[in-house]
Design a protein around this ligand. Structure first.
Ligand code: HEC
Ligand code: HEC
Ligand code: HEC
Ligand code: HEC
Length: 452
């Protein structure tokens, strides 16, 4: 217990220290020249054919470019703007060619102002190295010098991608939205044909990873565990969602609130004249709303509540009540001022982002959150596939984290794969999402989690 308190105390110190050092804005808003991916090339730099570097792998460009794998997605981000799907989206929106439209380039490239583009910078490289690591103007030639510290590099403008809080701010910009110009997907863009975006910080970090958190890494940087990264990601996604929703421009579309913040299935349901037809609407205890109202997408809030139940139980009830007040104020007459309810929930999300960043998640805490997420009393909140999707990704992330920390055997993890895949299957096609099937899938997982 004492040791734990100490760890938390140290956690707070490093977080405070990082917050003080981390003044860097996200790369799209930095003020440095971006020199382009070509400046990272070279066999003594980042384009070796295999991971043979001493400290870093040095084949990062090869991973980033891999056309056969998800890890190459960012190098393809600009190219997809030239495909048929993008042409349809851009035509429906009437914005001209997608690969020239600011509405698309803000996320599908390193879209910094003209005057910050170095001589060799090329927008068609897509989401290049500096879109995440920051404009290299002041660190390109010095960052690998012997004795150069990570602190010195970040002072020179290298973005702190290793810090899960800074990383969440960065990734959420394109994978949820941000205050940067045009870095936002509206329901209008979705209606024009843009695919739905799903994101979870830890899983997505792993999917695009081009680094090893080995011994030398840990001497240079702090490495946060998977569950902590997940928890910070959930709190920061809720925070970002509420910030954008309460923004007078982003949060509204004419007489309507911006629909992209809402539970898609609150509107995109079917109805029928068949006398045997019954509505698919289900009561949701953490919303306290009746049928027939649009509902804020609370997938991240539900996940955060599951984490809070275990690591900050004294806040559990307050967060739940703040969530209910928020839902009622947004969606139902007489629910009170939604500005104040949004501000209140946003404040809690901010506190919890810091709280999660100071937590270390033990095996028993990890299992406890996992059990909450698959428990029948919580799966009744997954009325929309996006909450169900977050839940199944969480189970997946937690299992990987337990394995990485040697808390469970490889065999135990492999044994759970088929039921996890079955649950992924339920959210694969949003039009066929069925909450009862999801609950059954989670019941099977719950039995297995109880044995871990
Ligand atoms: C807020 C950031 C953002 C904006 C703005 C944005 N996109 Fe995207 N787009 C994404 C992300 C993130 C994905 C990947 C979604 C996933 O797989 O989770 C994506 C995926 C796509 C895909 C599918 C790619 C594939 O591999 O199949 C197309 C096509 C696309 N976007 C076109 C556009 C067009 C056209 C515009 C402008 C109208 C646009 N996007 C604006 C972030 C954005
Ligand atoms: C989508 C964002 C993103 C892009 C694009 C990206 N990186 Fe990274 N990079 C990360 C993250 C996140 C990490 C892991 C955390 C860390 O240590 O910074 C990382 C880690 C690294 C590391 C290892 C650092 C270490 O200390 O071991 C190197 C080197 C690196 N990236 C180089 C590159 C190069 C070169 C490119 C372009 C080809 C690139 N990255 C593109 C996000 C990105
Ligand atoms: C400048 C915008 C931008 C930033 C910043 C960004 N991404 Fe992306 N990301 C995209 C776009 C656009 C796509 C879709 C590209 C495509 O379909 O080829 C994408 C795709 C991905 C994919 C592949 C998803 C899939 O379903 O195929 C992963 C994984 C991913 N990003 C992880 C991350 C992580 C982790 C971070 C933060 C370290 C991050 N991204 C930061 C724009 C961005
Ligand atoms: C408050 C109700 C509401 C919510 C919530 C909502 N939508 Fe919509 N959606 C609409 C309306 C209204 C249209 C326009 C229908 C039309 O053009 O006739 C639409 C159209 C669409 C279309 C175009 C469909 C087509 O075939 O033309 C897509 C795609 C879409 N929405 C996706 C989503 C996604 C994804 C979400 C969740 C993030 C969502 N919607 C949330 C009401 C909603």
């Amino acid at each position: 217990m004492k040791l734990r308190a100490l760890l938390i105390a140290i956690g707070f110190v490093t977080i405070a220290g990082q917050a003080a050092a981390q003044e860097n804005p996200t790369p799209i808003l930095d003020s440095y020249t971006h020199e382009g991916v070509i400046s990272c090339y070279g066999s003594t730099c980042h384009s070796r054919q295999s991971a043979t570097g001493n400290n870093v792998r040095q084949n990062e460009i090869i991973t980033w470019q891999d056309q056969s794998d998800i890890s190459g997605a960012h190098s393809r981000a600009y190219k997809v703007l030239l495909n048929q799907k993008s042409r349809i989206i851009a035509r429906n929106l009437g914005i001209g060619p997608a690969h020239e439209a600011k509405e698309c380039l803000a996320c599908h490239s390193d879209y910094i102002p003209e005057e910050q583009r170095g001589e060799r910078f090329d927008i068609s490289e897509g989401v290049g190295c500096e879109a995440c690591h920051g404009g290299s103007e002041n660190w390109l030639t010095s960052h690998y010098a012997p004795g150069q510290t990570h602190e010195q590099n970040t002072t020179n403008g290298l973005y702190r991608t290793e810090d899960p809080v800074a990383r969440a701010k960065l990734c959420l910009g394109c994978h949820l939205g941000s205050e940067a110009p045009n870095q936002f997907i509206t329901h209008r863009i979705m209606g024009a044909g843009h695919p739905r975006i799903s994101f979870e910080l830890d899983l997505f970090t792993n999917l695009q990873s081009h680094h090893d958190e080995d011994t030398d890494y840990r001497t240079r940087k702090n490495a946060a565990g998977g569950v902590k990264t997940w928890a910070i990601g959930q709190a920061m996604a809720l925070q970002r969602q509420l910030e954008l929703f309460s923004d007078p421009v982003r949060g509204r579309e004419g007489a309507f609130p911006e629909l992209v913040f809402f539970d898609c299935h609150a509107c995109h349901l079917t109805f029928s004249n068949d006398p045997d037809w019954r509505p698919t609407w289900r009561a949701n205890p953490d919303r306290a709303l009746g049928p027939g109202v649009p509902v804020f997408n609370d997938a991240n809030l539900i996940m955060l509540k599951a984490a809070v139940k275990t690591v900050a139980p004294e806040m559990e009830d307050e967060l739940r009540q703040a969530g209910i007040r928020f839902h009622r104020s947004v969606s139902s007459a007489g629910g009170g001022s939604y500005q104040s309810a949004t501000g209140n929930l946003l404040g809690m999300a901010k506190n919890l982002s810091e709280r999660m960043a100071a937590e270390e998640f033990s095996k028993s805490e990890t299992l406890s959150i996992m059990k909450t997420i698959v428990n029948d009393n919580v799966t009744n909140r997954y009325t929309d596939y996006s909450a169900a999707e977050q839940a199944i990704i969480a189970v997946d992330t937690f299992l990987e984290a337990l394995l990485a920390e040697n808390h469970i055997s490889y065999e135990a993890a492999t044994n759970m794969r088929p039921s996890i895949d079955a649950a992924y299957d339920v959210v694969n096609e949003p039009n066929r999402y069925n909450q009862n099937r999801m609950r059954d899938a989670f019941k099977r997982i719950a039995t297995q989690v109880n044995r871990l």
